[in-house]
Design a protein around this ligand. Structure first.
Ligand code: AKG
Ligand code: FE2
Length: 197
């Protein structure tokens, strides 16, 4: 398959009022706060994606496969789909409950990060949905994307805890905060300021 994936990422996407309205929506911020346990979650990533078919999809993986177990629910990921998604084309494939395998646990000091074989051998369920659906997932859940036969576009953003984070995330947040320190606040909707800086 010779399709193409195009990805735009960064603060400039918040110049689109519809994108800013999603990530600045009080209910979204409130749910992110509840799930991460962070009163003012940090908007770590804002990305738009477009897959032009035919595309082979994405193999099952972890977004945080850094050989490091992570604090439970340190990050959650929203995705707003702009096209219908079916099991036959572009379904997000999720292995329910697997985020728990990536979480640090005081009760299991010997717990190890999952292996590539475990992630690729796990059972996956397709998430079918209509254009306009917004989904939220624990970022750590094991996932992939089914082969894509129809145009597939979505906007995604992740909220994180500011304190209960892995070493990798600590470095990533420091890098992002440095980049954003030069972004003119007047270009970012006021409602987003607490999650942006
Ligand atoms: O396209 C998607 O829905 C997910 C892609 C993905 O899992 C990733 O980029 O890490
Ligand atoms: Fe992923």
């Amino acid at each position: 398959m010779a399709g193409q994936r195009t990805r735009l990422a960064g603060a400039h996407l918040l110049n689109y009022p519809a994108i800013a309205a999603v990530f600045g929506h009080p209910d979204i911020l409130k749910l992110s706060a509840t799930l991460t346990g962070e009163p003012e979650p940090f908007l770590q990533e804002i990305v738009s994606n477009r897959y032009i078919p035919p595309h082979e999809g994405i193999k099952p993986h972890l977004d945080e496969d850094f050989g490091e177990l992570v604090p439970p629910f340190m990050r959650i990921t929203w995705a707003l789909f702009l096209d219908d998604i079916s099991a036959d084309s572009g379904a997000l494939l999720i292995s329910p409950g697997t985020h728990l395998r990536n979480y640090r646990s005081d009760a299991e000091p010997a717990k190890k990060s999952p292996t590539v074989e475990e992630v690729q051998g796990a059972p996956y369920e397709p998430i079918e949905l209509k254009a306009g659906t917004l989904i939220v997932r624990a970022s750590d859940v094991w996932h992939g994307v089914a082969p894509i036969r129809h145009l597939r576009r979505y906007i995604t953003g992740s909220h994180t805890s500011r304190t209960r984070i892995s070493n990798w995330m600590k470095e990533d947040l420091a890098r992002i905060k440095k980049e954003r320190s030069v972004v003119d606040p007047s270009t970012i909707p006021v409602i987003l300021h607490p999650s942006f800086y």
